[in-house]
Design a protein around this ligand. Structure first.
Ligand code: CDP
Ligand code: ZN
Length: 158
């Protein structure tokens, strides 16, 4: 069994779609970033890369490369999974926490888990999405940003 950790934070801005865990949210602000800034998928991707000893998302998809500009993080996760499967590994389970004052994601958590499970090709029961606020403290509490932390375990295929 291999364990990996991932953390990411993005700034809220106007005129961007908010995409979390591959799901589009109806919210007046989106997250800024080179890709679609799906902070949940970025934390999961980094945790997967960590468990597989494959570096991190920034190394694989540099924000200086226009190839990745505005790209869906679901495509980045697809590419990460190709590398993981290529090493004879698969995802055992994922636990991710979304950290934001707003929006509340409770109603969409199951949909996010299902989408993530499709991307990683595992049963939805192996994916857990949680959320917490920072109780109005810090930049996240001031609605300036949203963050995510993930832990992933990988196992050998055979
Ligand atoms: O301290 P605790 O995380 O229990 O409380 P909280 O930060 O006030 O969050 C209460 C609940 O709201 C959490 O258990 C989450 O399930 C939910 N929540 C959410 O759906 N979306 C967020 N952005 C933050 C919290
Ligand atoms: Zn990111």
């Amino acid at each position: 069994m291999y364990v990996g950790i991932g953390y990411d934070i993005h700034r809220f801005v106007k005129d961007r779609k908010l995409i979390l865990g591959g799901i589009c949210f109806d919210y007046p602000l989106g997250l800024s970033g080179h890709s679609d800034a799906d902070v949940v998928l970025h934390a999961i991707g980094d945790a997967i890369l960590g468990a597989a000893s494959l570096g991190d998302i920034g190394e694989l998809f540099p924000d200086t490369d226009d190839k990745w500009k505005g790209i869906s993080s679901q495509i980045l996760l697809d590419k990460i999974m190709e590398l993981v499967w290529g090493k004879g590994l698969r995802v055992n389970n994922v636990d991710v926490v979304f950290i934001a004052q707003e929006p509340k994601i409770s109603k969409q958590k199951k949909e996010m888990e299902r989408r993530i499970s499709e991307l990683l090709k595992v049963e939805p029961e192996r994916i857990n999405v949680k959320a917490t606020t920072t109780e109005g403290l810090d930049s996240i509490g001031r609605l300036e940003a949203a963050a995510a932390q993930a832990v992933v375990t990988l196992t050998h295929n055979s």
